[in-house]
Design a protein around this ligand. Structure first.
Ligand SMILES: Nc1ncnc2c1ncn2[C@@H]1O[C@H](COP(=O)(O)OP(=O)(O)OP(=O)(O)O)[C@@H](O)[C@H]1O
Ligand SMILES: [Mg+2]
Ligand SMILES: [Zn+2]
Length: 536
């Protein structure tokens, strides 16, 4: 019968346990010198060796041939404990035997000396699951344990163990095992199984195992099902990961604000049984790398991947800004923390994609409340009776298409209100053609499609806002819906002018003399218009 690799390679002596030397050294010494405690508590995360060490300890204290604290592994006692025929060593799963009666039975049993070995040993796994009654019954035994009884409690949740029990146990904290150590063990097991594994594949398994050896060996098991040679691709496939190229295209779609494209990739991955939590984690890793590329001169030393992948990431990093990367990371981190609890993981990630591709959907609420707060400030001190009665009509009138004789000064339709403002109003001046074409040249490097959409455009400046006059539909869409486009234009402007401007489309039809600021009431009325609220 096939035996899972992690079972087959369960260490049989303390020397074979890796990454927990701070524990195995002490246990060996205790066994070798005969100074054995009556209660041990093994804590630490999953698959780090708690049950393994409990079993080794149970054998070591009973093995007549122990040497240097290690059990011999071959005598009747060692074998009997391994195969369960020696009933003096008992494994109790507290998750299913957590009642007070279970422990009372156990207490009655402790009155009898062990039948075939020196110590009767109770290994209580998941000890934090014991009921309060059971924990109290256990405490009674721990208060006066017979000299031939040893308890070994194992738990992943130390904080759930009552302090009264803690104080009677010798405690050992198992550490997460480092990726280097796991990778080495994975390679050792692979070679004993006649498997050929690439270094980067073993490293990837170690990374995914997150400190737990059981998970690492289980993943190796899965990979071995695909063939004797294990490469990075094998690991990616077995673990349900997205490959590097897929990750690159997905990141690019997010940067371009291409929701449809990003959804398509996600659907493909999902159909291929991708693990959504891991995908989110991989995306976070990818955007973190983009951040490093953007900020650190020696990024190639800091990012471990093959040169082609790094080149790929560099070219993607060139297409976006640091601000946008932070924005994406914020959303992905938040999504990641929700994912484990979510019943619909795919939609959770889809929501993140929409938020990333339409940044305005995230900002609209905060933007709106900022505007309301500003209006409130303006309104303070103005009593209702001060408000001109005809205001609503005036507001309506102001939105009408002006007559030919209206002043030719242009005005904004909706400025990019998320950027800081100096709060002053001034005159709108056309930007010189020379400066504008320099800006467009600079833009051509970072965002060629937007540059193309701005052919035959003109720009106007008012304080810290630049209004762009272009009838190109693509421009209007890009600048309205796509944060990357806005940011690349802002950066191009900053590169040429040294100043960061807010942006807005310039609308010829809605010309109005902007040097007369709107009254607070007009502003409210305009806000209501924009929000679709009917006014009487
Ligand atoms: N420190 C280690 N050195 C070598 N192998 C290990 C180590 N820890 C775990 N393993 C491997 O993982 C398997 C599971 O380990 P074990 O049952 O001891 O974990 P655990 O800490 O009890 O986990 P859990 O909290 O899930 O019960 C072992 O059979 C062994 O193959
Ligand atoms: Mg265990
Ligand atoms: Zn032995």
């Amino acid at each position: 019968m096939y035996q899972a690799l992690y079972r087959k390679y369960r260490p049989t002596s303390f020397d074979d346990v890796v990454g927990q030397k701070h524990i195995t050294d002490i246990l060996r010494q205790e066994v070798a010198s005969g100074r054995i405690a009556h209660a041990y508590l093994f804590t630490g995360s999953r698959g780090t060796g708690k049950t393994t060490c409990s079993k080794i300890l149970a054998k070591a204290v009973n093995c007549p041939h122990q040497s240097g604290g290690n059990p011999c592994g071959v005598c009747d006692v060692c074998r009997g404990i391994d195969n369960g025929s020696i009933t003096d060593v008992l494994e109790i799963d507290a998750a299913s035997n957590n009642g007070v009666d279970n422990i009372r039975d156990l207490r009655a049993e402790t009155n009898f000396t062990p039948a075939s070995v020196k110590y009767r040993i109770y290994i209580i796994d998941e000890a934090h699951m014991l009921s309060i009654g059971a924990a109290n019954a256990l405490l009674k035994i721990l208060e006066e344990p017979p000299e031939y009884v040893i308890f070994i409690l194992a738990t992943t949740e130390l904080h759930k163990i009552p302090a009264t029990i803690l104080s009677r146990c010798q405690r050992f904290s198992f550490k997460r095992i480092s990726p280097e150590v796991i990778s080495q063990r994975v390679k050792d097991v692979a070679s004993r199984e006649d498997l050929e594994i690439d270094n980067d594949a073993a490293d990837m398994i170690a990374k995914l195992a997150d400190g737990g050896m059981r998970d690492a060996l289980s993943l190796l098991d899965l990979c071995s099902g695909l063939g004797k040679k294990i490469t990075m691709d094998t690991v990616i496939e077995s673990a349900g990961l997205a490959g590097s190229e897929t990750l690159s295209s997905l990141s690019l779609k997010l940067i371009e604000g291409n929701i449809g494209g990003a959804f398509e990739i996600l659907s493909d991955l999902y159909e291929n049984s991708i693990d959504v939590i891991r995908l989110c984690d991989q995306l976070i890793g990818r955007f973190r790398n983009l951040m490093i590329i953007k900020t650190a001169a020696n990024s190639s030393d800091l990012i471990i991947c093959d040169p082609k992948e790094l080149e790929d990431m560099k070219s993607i990093a060139d297409k976006t800004s640091l601000d946008f990367i932070f924005f994406v990371l914020d959303i992905l981190e938040e999504t990641f923390s929700k994912l484990s609890r979510s019943s619909s993981k795919k939609s959770e990630l889809e929501m993140a994609i929409v938020k990333i591709c339409c940044p305005d959907s995230v900002n609209s609420l905060s933007t709106l409340s900022a505007r309301v707060a500003e209006l409130e400030k303006k309104l303070s001190g103005v009593s209702v009776s001060d408000l001109p009665k005809s205001e609503p009509n005036t507001a309506k009138a102001s939105s009408k298409v002006p007559s030919e004789s209206a002043p030719k000064t242009p005005t904004k339709v909706s400025a990019d209100i998320s950027a800081p403002s100096d709060g002053t109003t001034g005159k709108i001046e056309p930007m010189s053609d020379e400066l504008w074409s320099k800006i467009l040249d600079s833009l051509a490097k970072s965002n060629p499609p937007l540059r193309a959409a701005l052919t035959n455009s003109q720009a106007y400046v008012e304080n810290d806002i630049i209004y762009i006059d272009s009838s190109d539909a693509l421009f209007l869409r890009l600048i309205k819906e796509n944060e990357y486009s806005k940011e690349s234009l802002r950066e191009a402007i900053k590169a040429e002018t040294g100043k960061r401007y807010r942006l807005g489309p310039y609308n010829r039809k809605k010309q109005k003399n902007e040097s007369e600021p709107l009254s607070p009431f007009q502003e409210i009325s305009k806000l209501a218009d924009e929000m679709g609220i009917k006014k009487e």
